[in-house]
Write a protein that binds this ligand. Structure first.
Ligand SMILES: [Fe+2]
Length: 522
């Protein structure tokens, strides 16, 4: 038995390790050339307890992910040695038409996670993949390559989700999402929550508020043990981005506004949170974190039908104005230097949007872009944590939409645990506002518990904001069918999440037509 782990017995062998390595793993391996790679570990418990995942599809590949964790909730249960992990990719689920196979080294530095980037596959087709370590075999995952560049004929069904507080509900929504058979699932953040365990929860976190790398790892692992979440990851590639709770509630860049930490300690904790996020997500090596920095904003193409601009509105943002919260706008809201994305990411987004030839240009991002009045009557209040707190930048993005109605800007949003369908307007308040894009805000998978179709603030929201066309406080997700001529969206809701077995129904449908910005009821 290996002295460091009761979960792994190992045959140790030295020598040349013949394998297919990613560049990152090769670099890690080079620096460990004098160390033993466990070729044939013997696991006492299933090392694939966290399932498998794929992500970021291209026309010729995708990334596949797993993490070895025979004791997932207490550090993983792996020895402090690198371990060989085999992978197979096949054209069928019986694995009789294998098109790629190889071995990669899972290192303890990255919590024995593996990220394999596949290339050279055929466009627009399904593949199945699985991993092996020792005698153990992982569950099978399915992925799909995107259409070839320029191919705009085929449609795409995708679903998007956010906010899956483990303590506040079951992941019933994911079961129904899988039944909807999306080709891609987009996750807009709050994949985990950082808070301490609560005794009265529907199901419980473990330990205190997250601070160390080990604690972030164990929390990700807890969430990933959910079988419905695992099934959704195995179903199709995911495109993921984070919001705040993967690190710290409502944080902005490196500002420890809500903690006692020094800036350095805050950044060290951010590095731990970002590393654990990378270790548990099907992300490419371009997102490998470097200390507290991680490149998460990126583009994902689906032929010429759709271009996803995946944003990161946390890592580079300036502090929330007016002391954060929902309030009447102070001067800081109109600060032209205030930014949710940072200067570089904004330039990347706007240049990319202006130059895009895709039929639909989809911003997959975190916080609401519509400027929503939260107060009844003549009073006006709005959220300082959303785009409405960064009004000058918000207008720059909306003007880019206005200049390219043929680019069909669509905004996907999470964060606020409620469904919204919003028309996005330029020149609000001038008497001649113009609809330039549609925003689909998806509710939470579980955060907030059961919820209600018409929560306490429903009447004010619908009464004060003509551009809000739909609002619901139930749990669920959103499905979008993109075709050459139309984008059809269904808002799915779950009747309860405080126990398993909730039923899912469609609460609203909207259509956006090609070249005609804004929502039409479907
Ligand atoms: Fe959330």
């Amino acid at each position: 038995m290996h002295p460091e782990s009761p979960y792994v017995h190992a045959l140790r062998r030295r020598g040349f390790f013949k394998s297919t390595l990613s560049l990152a793993a090769a670099a890690a391996w080079a620096s460990r050339a004098d160390e033993t790679v466990l070729q044939r570990p013997v696991f006492v418990a299933d090392p694939f307890s966290l399932g498998v995942a794929s992500g970021d599809p291209t026309a010729d590949g995708f990334v596949i992910w797993t993490r070895l964790a025979p004791d997932p909730l207490q550090g993983g249960g792996m020895p402090k040695d690198p371990v060989a992990v085999g992978f197979l990719v096949s054209e069928n689920d019986a694995f009789t038409r294998v098109v790629r196979q190889g071995t990669i080294v899972a290192t303890p530095d990255w919590a024995h996670s593996v990220h394999v980037e596949l290339e050279g596959l055929e466009p627009s087709r399904a593949y199945w993949y699985r991993f092996h370590a020792g005698e153990a075999t992982s569950p099978v995952g399915r992925a799909r390559t995107s259409p070839a560049p320029g191919d705009g004929a085929s449609g795409l069904r995708f679903a998007f989700a956010s906010c899956q507080h483990y303590e506040q509900g079951f992941y019933t929504a994911y079961a129904e999402m899988v039944a909807d058979d999306p080709g891609v699932i987009v996750h807009l953040g709050d994949y985990i929550y950082e808070g301490a365990a609560k005794a009265d929860a529907v199901r419980q976190h473990r330990g205190g508020k997250l601070a160390s790398l080990d604690s972030y790892r164990d929390r990700h692992a807890l969430y990933k043990t959910d079988k419905l979440l695992q099934a959704a990851h195995a179903h199709c590639p995911w495109i993921v981005t984070w919001d705040d709770h993967e690190f710290e509630n409502n944080y902005a860049d490196d500002i420890p506004a809500r903690s006692e930490l020094s800036r350095d300690a805050f950044l060290a904790q951010r590095a731990a949170a970002y590393q654990a996020y990378y270790e548990h997500m099907p992300l490419r090596r371009s997102s490998l974190p470097h200390g507290p920095l991680m490149q998460l904003y990126r583009r994902v193409s689906h032929g010429s039908l759709a271009e996803f601009f995946v944003l990161d509105t946390r890592q580079f943002r300036t502090d929330q104005p007016c002391g954060d919260g929902v309030k009447a706008p102070c001067e800081g809201v109109m600060d032209p230097a205030a930014t949710l994305t940072g200067v570089e990411q904004e330039r990347w987004l706007l240049d990319g949007f202006r130059g895009s030839t895709a039929r639909w240009n989809v911003l997959a991002q975190q916080v609401m872009m519509a400027r929503v009045d939260r107060a009844p009557g003549d009073e006006f209040t709005c959220s300082m944590d959303q785009w409405s707190g960064y009004e000058v930048q918000r207008r720059r993005v909306l003007r880019a939409f206005a200049e390219r109605p043929d680019a069909n800007g669509i905004v996907l949003t999470g964060d606020i645990h409620s469904h919204w369908a919003n028309d996005l307007l330029v020149d609000e308040g001038t008497g001649a506002p113009k609809v330039v894009a549609a925003e689909f805000v998806g509710t939470s998978i579980s955060s907030g518990g059961n919820g209600r179709a018409e929560p306490a603030n429903h009447a004010v929201i619908m009464g004060e904001n003509a551009s809000v066309r739909f609002h619901s406080g139930q749990r669920g997700y959103v499905v979008c069918d993109l075709g050459p001529d139309r984008c059809e969206t269904a808002y799915r809701v779950v009747d309860f999440v405080d126990r398993p077995g909730g039923r899912v129904s469609t609460a609203a449908r909207f259509v956006v037509e090609n070249g005609r910005p804004g929502l039409v009821e479907g």
